[in-house]
Structures are given as C-alpha cells and as structure tokens.
Write a protein of this length. Structure first.
Length: 200
C-alpha cells in the first residue's frame, strides 16, 4: 500500500486510511469509513487507523476490522445501592457537559436483574471504534464510578439482552474535531490520495 506524503502529518492522528486495492486514500473520519463500507463498490476495502504520525510524515497504522464500524461498545459501572448509582450517573453527565466525550454516546442509569431490583448500573454506550478514545477521556476526567466496572462489545449485547429498567437517560453528542462530509462528497473524492488538507 503506497501512501501520500502528508504535510502536518501529526494532525491526521485518529483519522483513517482506506485501502481500495489499486490505491489508498488518507484522512477519512470514522463516519466516512462507515459510508464506504456500507457501499457495494467499496465494502471489501481495508481500513487502518492512524495511531501515530510524526512531523516527518512517518505514520503508525492500526488495522481495523470493518465490522467494528457497525458495532457498539460500552462501559458499565455497577452499584448495589440506588443512591450511589444515581450519583455516578449525575457525576458522569456533569463531567461530560464540561468536557464532552470524543464521540456521540448514550448515558443510561438502569436497574438490572431478573426482577429489575438491582444491582444498578451506569451504562455508557458508544461506537465500538472509539473504545480507546473513550477510555482515555474517562481517565482524563478521573471518573471513578461503580463498585465494579466492566466494558466491551459483548457487555453491550448482554446489557440489551438482560432484564433491565431504564431509570434515566442522556444523549452525549461529543466533540468531533473534524465533521464528516456528506456521502455524495465522500464518493466523489475517492480518487484523491489526501481526503482533507489539515493545516499546521
């Protein structure tokens, strides 16, 4: 795979490379990658996330499985007491208002269990591709909810499948630093080796 030389390469960290087979293009957002993968023409392309990039233009790429763009992941913070769970939910909602997450997410407070009588869980659910980013965001916030915590794609599936009652819910919109283009714009530009120019 041959990649173009990027000016201001560090600014592309967190964006994506799409390998079309005969050529590759740099600088897609996760939403734009999802558009390509959903199309019949490009659904077999290979995807890489720009993990690191230095001023000389050297990049460290991480391969990303296409199905991750269709999945949700989550973090779940459990409490045995309702009052403590409410505090967890309210604290995370407050922190997210002050410092929004790196992507859209849903924050929920739920009672779980066969009779939905506990334990209680504060659930943060988001696109799976943002696992690392959300973890970094929570560490920066110094959030310490739950007596125990768990996370990952399978835990979201388990949460949806198990009996639970939603007690509170809040949509978090996130701070996408680069807005996605429309599908028409994305498909019109597939032959461009650099999808967007990012200045210094």
């Amino acid at each position: 795979m041959r990649l173009p030389i990027l000016e201001h390469a560090p600014r592309y960290r967190g964006l994506y490379v799409f390998d079309f087979g005969e050529w590759a293009a740099v600088g897609y957002t996760s939403e734009e990658i999802a558009m390509l993968l959903e199309s019949e023409t490009y659904r077999h392309g290979k995807v890489y996330r720009i993990h690191r990039a230095d001023p000389a233009g050297n990049m460290e790429l991480q391969a990303v499985a296409p199905e991750r763009f269709q999945l949700e992941s989550g973090l779940f913070f459990y409490r045995n007491e309702s009052a403590a769970a409410h505090r967890d939910f309210e604290e995370l909602a407050r922190l997210a208002e002050q410092a929004p997450p790196p992507c859209r997410a849903v924050l929920q407070l739920a009672e779980t269990g066969a009779a939905a009588t506990g334990p209680f869980v504060t659930a943060l659910i988001f696109p799976a591709e943002y696992d690392e980013d959300v973890g970094t965001w929570l560490l920066a916030l110094d959030y310490a909810g739950g007596d125990q915590a768990e996370g990952g794609i399978s835990h979201v599936t388990n949460f949806y499948a198990a009996p639970h009652v939603i007690m509170a819910r809040q949509q978090l919109w996130g701070t996408t630093r680069i807005p996605a283009r429309s599908a028409d714009e994305v498909f019109a530009a597939v032959k461009l080796p650099v999808q967007r120019a990012l200045g210094a």
